[in-house]
Ligand binder design. Structure first.
Ligand SMILES: Cc1cc2nc3c(=O)[nH]c(=O)nc-3n(C[C@H](O)[C@H](O)[C@H](O)COP(=O)(O)O)c2cc1C
Ligand code: SF4
Ligand code: FES
Length: 572
């Protein structure tokens, strides 16, 4: 695989020297342009020698709300006298540690809840050639209501299924449970599985999407840490039911601890005969491997993820055909989110009636949500589907830090847009949140207190999409940059009313074009943050644009003005 070779070269030289890429091209009989197109796409690879201290400050929602901008400015001040060969300070997209913001990476090692002083010390150590290693926290057992095996032997569902071979029964139960995808789109899981089961041929695949790179999204990290056996069991069941013999768990490279935990669990499964050519002597075969992502939010889009596994740039495919018909290596493929797979053994072990009663007010099942931003006790919580946001934010996550007031919250990171505090009684549920003009998404609740500037937050979210757009299609590539430029101008104020009205009309047109014509969900969702802010916080926007005043005192500062120039070109 191309990534293995590129990683080996980078491990040896610290980057990908041109001569090495040429030698690799000859050795593997792969055109150099093809190798270069891959190497230049992924943030994990460096085409030029990195500095001794490559410092990257997470710039996204949760870290932004926790002083990332100030942290970066202060680091630049403290390290101003160092040469570019010694240190470089840049922004980076969400590192998957949103509950421990602000987060930074130094030479690809991740550090959380940092201060300028602690980062400066580590950067100076790296400049001196000392190894700077990320902490390896313990992960003691956490009891989860959704774990059917907290008391006894694991993998009971696979054991039973290997004996009964009642594949149709599994599909019927999943259908009755109405289990929906937990990765964002909420597509019924049984429909996908059934489609793949009915496809002719024997070469089929099961893929678990553990890319989890949207700002605020940290629940899969928790599930893989504490319930790895449920994820793996869900994948084995999917393999048995659909006839797929091979599974791939695609995990973001910043989740090294979870990769280790899953690797250990896979070894145990092989040892116990739960994976392999003859599962529990049933004649059924299914094996599973881990694929570490070379990075980038777009890799989480299912067809881009497939392209990455196949060794190409992670650019989404046009659909149809959907992965259920032509997925990995053009073969029928089930792709589900970590939490979706983890739900399967729960439903099959406890029964559909149990699953139905776990939710509140008509919603079904339990849900893991991440809460970050200005929450007093950020973290991941397991709650009944249908729980009011108020309960999640004020009881589970301890309310607003410093006793301040709630101003707004994003039910699921940038893609859900922002809702005002007056809507905090909305319930955590697919339909309820959609009716509220938002979405359940991946359950990434980001909380903003009353010091937050919502125009600044809209800009932050749109900038994230601009940075992460893969660039394959024009509406998203150009539209996300246009929207960013427009919002930067708005945060600088001083526009005539006529110009503001023209900008609003342009935003409408842009948003419509992007939603209708972008190839994938990234381009389609770019408008959500600014549309929600215009809907719920229009007065605040107009104070900026027409009166040159940021009610929260965040925009119009020299630091905010300098920001955009530094932030363009976050990808290497
Ligand atoms: C830009 C983008 C990023 C995505 N990232 C993820 C991700 O990290 N994890 C995930 O499960 N789904 C992600 N999705 C959704 C996947 O495309 C796909 O719908 C999902 O993995 C299907 O699993 P589910 O039906 O179990 O939710 C993303 C979609 C888009 C457009
Ligand atoms: S919508 Fe954006 S991310 Fe998706 S394919 Fe087009 S350019 Fe790439
Ligand atoms: S780690 Fe910074 S937003 Fe997720």
């Amino acid at each position: 695989m191309i990534f293995d070779d590129l990683r080996a070269i980078q491990l040896r030289y610290g980057f990908l020297p041109k001569a090495e890429l040429e030698a690799f091209s000859q050795r593997s009989n792969t055109p150099l342009y093809q190798i270069h197109s891959v190497a230049s796409f992924y943030p994990h690879f460096h085409l030029t020698p990195p500095p001794k201290a490559d410092v990257r400050v997470c710039a996204d929602m949760s870290c932004h709300l926790n002083g990332a901008c100030e942290l970066r400015s202060e680091l630049e001040r403290r390290l101003a006298k160092s040469s570019a060969a010694d240190v470089q300070i840049r922004d980076v997209s969400c590192l998957g540690r949103c509950d421990q913001a602000p987060a930074v990476s130094i030479n690809d090692e991740i550090f959380t809840s940092v201060t300028a002083a602690s980062v400066e010390t580590m950067a100076r150590n790296a400049i001196l050639g000392k190894e700077v290693l990320e902490p390896h926290p313990g992960h003691g057992p956490v009891r989860c209501a959704s774990d059917p095996y907290s008391q006894g032997e694991k993998y009971g569902v696979v054991r039973k299924l290997a004996a009964t071979k009642d594949w149709e029964g599994v599909l019927a139960e999943l259908k009755e449970s109405e289990l929906r995808g937990m990765g964002g789109a909420g597509f019924p899981a049984s429909t996908k599985w059934d489609l793949v089961r009915r496809q002719p041929g024997t070469e089929k695949y099961i893929v678990c999407n553990a890319d989890e790179s949207e700002p605020g999204t940290i629940k899969d990290r928790f599930i893989m840490t504490h319930l790895p056996h449920l994820v793996i069991e869900g994948m084995i069941v999917a393999g048995l039911v659909t006839g797929a013999k091979r599974g791939i768990l695609y995990i973001r490279h910043e989740y090294r601890l979870q990769e280790e935990i899953l690797g250990e669990e896979l070894r145990r499964c092989h040892h116990e005969g739960l994976l392999g050519k003859n599962i529990l002597k049933s004649d059924a075969a299914f094996d599973l491997e881990i694929f570490v992502s070379p990075g980038g939010y777009i890799c989480g889009e299912e067809s881009a993820l497939i392209e990455a596994i196949e060794g190409r740039r992670a650019e989404p495919r046009n659909k149809p055909p959907f992965p259920g018909q032509a997925g990995l290596w053009q073969k029928p493929t089930v792709i589900n989110n970590v939490e979706t797979f983890a739900n399967v053994p729960q439903i099959l072990a406890h029964g559909v009636e149990w699953y139905k009663t776990q939710g509140k007010t008509g919603s079904r099942g339990l849900k893991f949500v991440g809460v970050s931003g200005h929450a007093a006790k950020p973290g991941v919580f397991e709650v009944p589907m249908g729980t009011p946001m108020r309960e999640i934010i004020f009881q589970h996550a301890g309310g607003i830090r410093g006793g301040r007031q709630l101003k707004a919250f994003a039910p699921s990171g940038p893609s859900s847009g922002y809702l005002p505090a007056s809507m905090v009684d909305v319930r955590l549920d697919f339909k309820t949140l959609a009716d509220a003009g938002s979405m359940l998404g991946s359950g990434a609740i980001v909380v903003c207190d009353d010091t937050t500037c919502m125009l600044d937050m809209a800009l932050n979210a749109v900038r994230f999409y601009r940075n992460e757009s893969c660039g394959k299609c024009v509406p998203c590539r150009v539209g996300s940059q246009k929207l960013t430029d427009l919002l930067v101008r708005w945060t600088r104020g001083g526009l005539a009313e006529k110009q503001y009205r023209a900008d609003l009309a342009l935003i409408d047109e842009l948003c419509q074009a992007m939603s209708l014509t972008s190839i994938c969900g990234l381009g389609q969702i770019v408008p959500a943050p600014i549309q929600s802010v215009l809907k719920h916080f229009r007065e605040e926007v107009e104070a900026h644009v027409l009166k040159g005043r940021c009610p929260s005192g965040i925009c119009f500062t020299p630091a905010a003005r300098a920001g955009e120039a530094q932030r363009v070109g976050i990808r290497p």
